[in-house]
Write a protein that binds this ligand. Structure first.
Ligand SMILES: CC(=O)SCCNC(=O)CCNC(=O)[C@H](O)C(C)(C)COP(=O)(O)OP(=O)(O)OC[C@H]1O[C@@H](n2cnc3c(N)ncnc32)[C@H](O)[C@@H]1OP(=O)(O)O
Length: 404
């Protein structure tokens, strides 16, 4: 793929150019380049042909992607591209390099039949202009380990096994496969696991992993790091990284283990699903507290007709929405959304919204009437905004749990 702009050119990078792209990205985040040992592992997180670069003639900007599948409300899994490694050299910013990279990448996704692009944003003001919307939020909470007690009647079955990094790298992919997906969750291709592996091996604090074994085999896992062991005031924190549980007993079993780890004062679980019921596990719910609510994944609906047709809807009156999309104009047009599905229509629209706002509503994270109140949806018929609230409502808040 080649795209020629007036002062630079964009093309797909060869495998032997990935390290330069990685160094550029890391530099843009003010992180030093990988050393040889780190790069040997990091290189395996690059999907061949999935990284593009801008040249003038030096490499001045880059963006990476990999293929996976994303679960939408109702349970269907559709092709998605995970986007990461986006950076522009500090002496070449604000002259359209990112815009060219994003446009090239999205056009490529559309041509390849990708339905969603998905990313974690370094700053909230960057990606909306390209049609990415904040499709899910998450919360980070902490539990006072000395004071927290689990309710004695919690479900209990199974056992927890501690793994070192080598065993974790070998076993966790298989356990993840057994976790039911909620909307917003994605499949984890090999390149994502290689990125996780590098993250685990790169850590200066030892990383531990635990697997919960239930009556039918492995049904949950968590990774964690304990920090603060060597500094005053000796508040030692166990930070939970990845955590998934297929059953309530697995969730309770993992927490029973985490709250039992010695020499720990506080357990912090970052970027968890908004409805994860930690409070309900505790005899005194005030021993857990939410530290912050943050951005989960940003989603760009690359193929609006396919995305709208694939999700399940609630029992609302039909609504015609008009989607605007200057970046991928093939999506623009009117869609009739009903309890039974959605398709293109010529009927007049009651609501008008852009692609980013559609992604925010699509995963049920933001109610259409709240988006309208914030001026993100133009409403021609007030009853339609109300109907859209029930059509787009979801049973569970969307959440990814996978960070890349
Ligand atoms: C998924 C991920 O990888 S997230 C990591 C993203 N990378 C980083 O945060 C690293 C540090 N930042 C950078 O490398 C660059 O500043 C980037 C990639 C964020 C932006 O690259 P640029 O080439 O400067 O962007 P470009 O010139 O194409 O700007 C496009 C538009 O976005 C705006 N924009 C770009 N970056 C920012 C920003 N950080 N804050 C506010 N506006 C921004 C520009 O003003 C421009 O607006 P316009 O369309 O109204 O004119």
């Amino acid at each position: 793929m080649i795209r020629v702009m007036s002062d630079f050119e964009i093309r797909t990078l060869r495998t032997d150019e990935h390290r330069a792209a990685s160094d550029l990205f890391r530099g843009s985040l003010h992180v030093p380049p990988s050393d040889d040992a780190d790069w040997e592992r990091a290189a395996r997180a690059y999907q061949p042909g999935g990284t593009i670069g801008a040249f003038d003639p030096d490499l001045i900007g880059t963006a990476r992607s990999f293929d996976a599948e994303l679960t939408v409300p109702g349970g269907a899994r559709l092709p998605m591209a995970g986007v990461t490694g986006v950076g522009v050299r500090a002496d070449r910013t604000r002259r359209g390099v990112l815009r060219a990279l994003m446009t090239t990448q999205l056009e490529d996704f559309a041509a390849r039949g990708v339905v969603f692009a998905n990313l974690l944003a370094s700053e909230a003001v960057i990606y909306g202009r390209f049609g990415y919307g904040l499709a899910a939020r998450n919360r980070t909470y902490g539990v006072d380990r000395h004071r927290a007690r689990l309710r004695p009647d919690l479900p209990s079955s199974g056992r927890v096994e501690l793994l070192d990094v080598d065993a974790a790298v070998a076993e966790l992919p298989g356990v993840y496969e057994r976790i039911p997906h909620r909307p917003g969750m994605m499949t984890r291709p090999e390149v994502v696991w290689r990125q996780y592996e590098n993250h685990l091996r790169r850590s200066t604090d030892p990383v531990r992993a635990v697997v919960h074994h239930g009556p039918d085999g492995p049904d949950g896992f968590a990774t964690y790091v304990v920090s603060g062991l060597h500094q005053h005031p000796w508040t030692k924190t166990l930070d939970v990284g990845d955590m998934f549980a297929a059953t309530p007993a697995a969730f309770a079993g993992l927490w029973r283990f985490l709250l039992g780890v010695d020499l720990v004062d506080r357990v912090v679980a970052g970027a968890r699903a908004m409805d994860e019921p930690i409070e309900l596990l505790l005899a005194d719910h005030r021993q857990s507290a939410v530290d912050r609510i943050g951005d989960d994944h940003w989603v760009r609906i690359v193929d609006v007709p396919r995305a709208l047709a694939a999700r399940a809807y609630g029992p609302g009156e039909p609504v015609v929405v008009e989607v605007t999309d200057p970046v991928l104009p093939g999506n623009a047009g009117r869609y009739r959304v009903t309890a039974g599905g959605a398709e293109r229509t010529d009927a007049p629209a009651a609501l008008t919204l852009d692609a980013a706002t559609l992604a925010m509503a699509y995963f049920g994270t933001w109610r259409p009437s709240a988006l309208a109140a914030a001026g993100r949806i133009v409403v021609r018929d007030a009853a339609a905004a109300e109907a859209a609230d029930t059509l787009f409502a979801t049973r569970q808040p969307a959440w990814s749990g996978t960070y890349f």
